[in-house]
Design a protein around this ligand. Structure first.
Ligand code: HPA
Length: 274
């Protein structure tokens, strides 16, 4: 099943009825255990996904499942507290549905965050990585199916999915805060099983610095409809086979909790520079 432009418009119209004259500019998709930033939004208007026509619920642990509209550091934001993942059973189009709706509501920038496994051997658990590019060669594109030209072209350029000027802003923000910000390529794996050690070696050979199960579909969709994109990965663990210890979801959530402060300072400082 593919969504129609009218469905995106219906979702946007429902939300507009809730937020009235508020126009969000920066959409934020917050990953595993990182949704707390949504709680810091001022003058917040919360809209649960379940209320919005055509929206799907988010079932992953650590994902609340609501949109939060309001201001963060003086910027008009729309925070997705909880995202959809392909491994939950959603198509890539469903996973990135909200991005297009937020575009219709006025967002011209997308900030994405995720937790992922470190593949680059110079990384450590707890590092933050600026995403400079991505690899998503498994399974189909979120843009598969009839193109909706109101959003963008059939064959969009993907040379700069992550906006270079926003990357520079993030580097400057990290420098000012004294945060050691790693950089690298995020490689998408569909999950939900973590990668095998062989897959992690494959990812490294392919040029990846981190592996994770989210973000890449939403970023393709955002860039397609002309949004600027800024992305950060929290290296919650080293990927499988590197440290010879089993990976667990608890480890990911614990790492997110431990890095909350550093992570939120960086993202908020970037917001000020957008
Ligand atoms: N692999 C994939 N996704 C992840 C990982 C990982 O090692 N850690 C957190 N999310």
């Amino acid at each position: 099943m593919h969504y129609t432009y009218a469905q995106y418009q219906e979702s946007a119209a429902y939300i507009r009825g809730k937020i009235r004259s508020f126009v969000p500019k920066v959409a934020m998709v917050l990953g595993s255990g990182l949704g707390f930033l949504g709680d810091e939004v001022e003058n917040a208007i919360r809209v649960p996904y379940g209320e919005i026509p055509h929206f799907k619920a988010s079932t992953a642990p650590g994902h609340k499942g609501q949109l939060v509209f309001g201001t963060l550091r003086g910027r008009n934001v729309a925070v997705m507290q909880g995202r959809m993942h392909h491994y939950e059973g959603y198509s890539y189009e469903e996973v990135s549905y909200a991005v297009r709706v937020l575009r219709l509501l006025g967002c011209d920038t997308l900030v994405v965050t995720n937790a992922a496994g470190g593949v680059n051997l110079d990384f450590h658990a707890g590092d933050l990585m600026l995403i400079t590019d991505q690899i998503k060669i498994f399974m189909e594109s979120p843009l598969r199916g009839e193109n909706i030209p109101q959003f963008g072209p059939r064959f969009p350029d993907a040379s700069h999915l992550y906006t270079p000027a926003l990357q520079d802003a993030a580097r400057a923000a990290a420098r000012d805060l004294g945060i050691d910000l790693k950089e690298g390529v995020y490689m998408y794996f569909p999950g939900p099983q973590y990668e095998t050690p062989a897959e992690v070696r494959f990812a490294r050979t392919a040029g990846a610095d981190a592996v994770g199960m989210s973000t890449a579909p939403e970023v393709i969709t955002a860039a397609h409809c002309g949004m600027q994109v800024l992305g950060f990965t929290l290296v919650s663990n080293m990927a499988a086979g590197i440290l010879d210890q089993p990976l667990s979801e608890q480890e990911v959530l614990d790492a997110a909790e431990a890095c909350k402060d550093k992570f939120s300072r960086l993202v908020l400082a970037c917001l000020e520079r957008l």
